[in-house]
Design a protein around this ligand. Structure first.
Ligand SMILES: C[S@@+](CC[C@H](N)C(=O)[O-])C[C@H]1O[C@@H](n2cnc3c(N)ncnc32)[C@H](O)[C@@H]1O
Length: 261
């Protein structure tokens, strides 16, 4: 059946407010002023994230690579892309997987893994991201944003099983503490796992700079997590407990403390 206009994937203001805040923080703390970036993102149908980044500075999107793996959404995204191209943007839209992006340029990248689901081992995201690190698709100098679902999760038993190694390093055995840590750190756990599986913990430092929770009307609660990648060592305790991580509650438009995330 052909895609209709009602299949368009439209998100609300909170998501983009979260994105704008996170971009500000990442750019402020981990980019050289005026530097150029290539932007790699998930399409959906509207590519609204591309519009926002372009407003901040077109040099942040000298090239855009957008991936959409659902055919009907890809066809709707094609229309959005041709409109953006007519305004001078360099965008390549691919009907395929984000994880198949092949890097051909040294120019630093901003990756936005704008998921609808949960960025955890269940979706194989540790392996997929690990491969991107191993193949130097994601490398030092890059920025990484991840959205991940904070609504229904797999239950504490499965969470403990999936991240047993991480909880063990962090010395967490209590269900309540584990769940709180999961909320604010599961994409960090996933990145850590990916690096660990590929033996890269001693080569790359992945630093979390912020976590923002938001909920758009009629959608599941989500978290947006921002990371900077540099040369160095990734230490799990620092990755999840770094005092430089800022927490924000977009539903109440205020910063929050780690324990309330
Ligand atoms: C949250 S939406 C993107 C929204 C878009 N960034 C925006 O702001 O308008 C995520 C999209 O990525 C697609 N998707 C999910 N995983 C993917 C993957 N691994 N590769 C390509 N597309 C994927 C989904 O079908 C969905 O349409």
């Amino acid at each position: 059946m052909a895609a209709s206009e009602t299949d368009r994937l439209i998100y609300g203001h909170r998501k983009y407010a979260a994105l704008h805040l996170m971009l500000s923080r990442l750019i402020r703390h981990s980019s050289t002023p005026g530097s150029e970036y290539i932007y790699v993102t998930l399409g959906g149908t509207e590519l609204r994230d591309v519009q926002s980044i372009r407003f901040i500075d077109p040099k942040l999107i000298t090239k855009v690579f957008s991936f959409e793996n659902r055919k009907e959404r890809f066809h709707l995204a094609e229309k959005t892309v041709s409109n953006l191209q007519s305004h001078g943007l360099s965008i390549r839209l691919t009907h395929g997987s984000f994880f198949d992006y092949r890097r051909t340029e040294e120019t630093p990248h901003i990756f936005f893994l704008d998921l609808e689901g949960i960025c955890a081992t269940w979706g194989g995201y540790d392996d997929k991201l690990g491969e991107m690190f191993q193949n130097e698709v994601i490398r030092e100098g890059d920025l990484l944003l991840i959205t991940s679902g904070l609504g229904r999760d797999k239950g504490i038993k499965e969470i403990f099983t999936a991240f047993s190694g991480e909880y063990s390093v962090l010395n967490v055995t209590d269900d309540g503490e584990a769940r709180k840590l999961y909320r604010r750190s599961h994409p960090s756990f996933t990145l850590f796992k990916g690096l660990n599986k590929k033996g890269l913990l001693g080569e790359l430092q992945v630093r979390c700079l912020g976590c923002i929770k938001y909920k758009d009307p009629k959608r599941f609660p989500m978290g947006l997590y921002g990371y900077a990648v540099t040369k160095g060592v990734t230490n799990l305790k620092k990755l999840v407990n770094d005092t430089n991580i800022q927490y924000f509650d977009m539903n109440h438009l205020q910063c929050c403390v780690l324990g309330d995330f």
